[in-house]
Design a protein around this ligand. Structure first.
Ligand SMILES: NC(=O)c1ccc[n+]([C@@H]2O[C@H](COP(=O)([O-])OP(=O)(O)OC[C@H]3O[C@@H](n4cnc5c(N)ncnc54)[C@H](OP(=O)(O)O)[C@@H]3O)[C@@H](O)[C@H]2O)c1
Length: 274
């Protein structure tokens, strides 16, 4: 599906490089089909060394002749990059944007071309091939454009397709979500340390517990509440801990965090998106 496509990754930083690595490890395409661009010559040299891809500091050269243009620059530099690319982008090129808060409509308008545009919201676990990404098709991106974007992100984790109106909520849930879990892990480690477990051991136990619990939900397909009930024995440790977590409002706090992050994403989209 991607094997004969030429792909330009504009802004090959953390996310862009993760996608390059993911696509090549998954053998979706060959290094010669990928061109990465950014300013730092040293970082580009590292990409050449690690992955054997083509590199350039010239965004226009990167996208010339590409079938797919992945925009992985920060949203703040998008006006400059979109203006720069507007003179070279052709209507048939598929644009896949990672830029948080920038709508497909804005991207099309600023490029001045009716290109198919797919917007995505990945998260940092993409760096370890365990990402959660949502993709949304813009007005000119048909099922084919969406399928190509899904294929790219599937090389670094799970992908779902949603309407673009859901992207702020996705930002609040999975885009920002790793932060919530990092805090949960940190707190669990501290709890273990407080109860006398050495920090390195507590870290191993806490991280594996979070990973294992997520895996159990995914692999059994059971509702988390059922898995919780299954380990809750009458008068045991779990029910006492659950009572404490409910008293302190753990679930409400996490729901509120997602609501407030979604609202902030909506505000930022209004401020910087157009
Ligand atoms: N990290 C996340 O959790 C996350 C989640 C969802 C979405 N995203 C989105 O993913 C995108 C990339 O994020 P990131 O974390 O990978 O950022 P990043 O590591 O800073 O990567 C962006 C890269 O863009 C390059 N760049 C800056 N100006 C440029 C220009 N004019 N032309 C070409 N390249 C340019 C920078 O390299 P040079 O300085 O060498 O040019 C930098 O390495 C952002 O739009 C972000 O909203 C990130």
């Amino acid at each position: 599906m991607l094997s004969n496509k030429r792909i330009a990754v504009v802004g090959a930083g953390h996310m862009g490089a993760a996608l390059i690595g993911g696509m090549l490890r998954a053998k979706l395409t060959a290094p010669k089909n990928i061109t990465a661009s950014r300013h730092s010559e040293d970082a580009l040299a590292a990409l050449r060394k690690d992955w054997g891809v083509n590199t350039t500091t010239d965004n226009k050269k990167a996208v010339a002749g590409a079938d797919i243009i992945v925009l992985a620059v920060k949203p703040q530099v998008s006006p400059q990059v979109l203006a720069e690319l507007s003179s070279v982008v052709k209507p048939g090129q598929l644009v896949v944007s990672l830029m948080a808060g920038i709508t497909t409509k804005t991207i099309s308008q600023k490029l001045g071309q009716p290109c198919p545009v797919v917007r995505s919201m990945p998260n940092t676990p993409c760096l370890v091939d365990a990402g959660a990404t949502a993709v949304a098709a813009g007005a000119h991106a048909g099922p084919e454009g969406l399928a190509l974007a899904e294929k790219i992100f599937s090389s670094v984790g799970q992908v779902v397709a949603l309407p673009e109106t859901a992207m702020d909520a996705v930002t609040g849930l999975s885009g920002t979500g790793p932060v919530y879990i990092f805090m949960v892990i940190e707190a669990m480690i501290d709890g273990g340390v407080k109860m006398g477990i050495p920090r390195d051991v507590a870290t191993k136990l806490a991280t594996q517990t979070v990973l294992g619990a997520a895996k159990l939900v995914i692999e059994t397909g059971k509702h988390p509440a059922i898995l919780k009930d299954e380990v809750t024995t009458p008068g045991g440790t779990a029910i006492n801990a659950i009572h404490m977590l409910e008293t302190k409002g753990l679930r409400s706090v996490l729901i509120d965090a997602i609501v407030t992050a979604t609202q902030r994403s909506q505000e930022l989209s209004r401020l910087y998106g157009d």
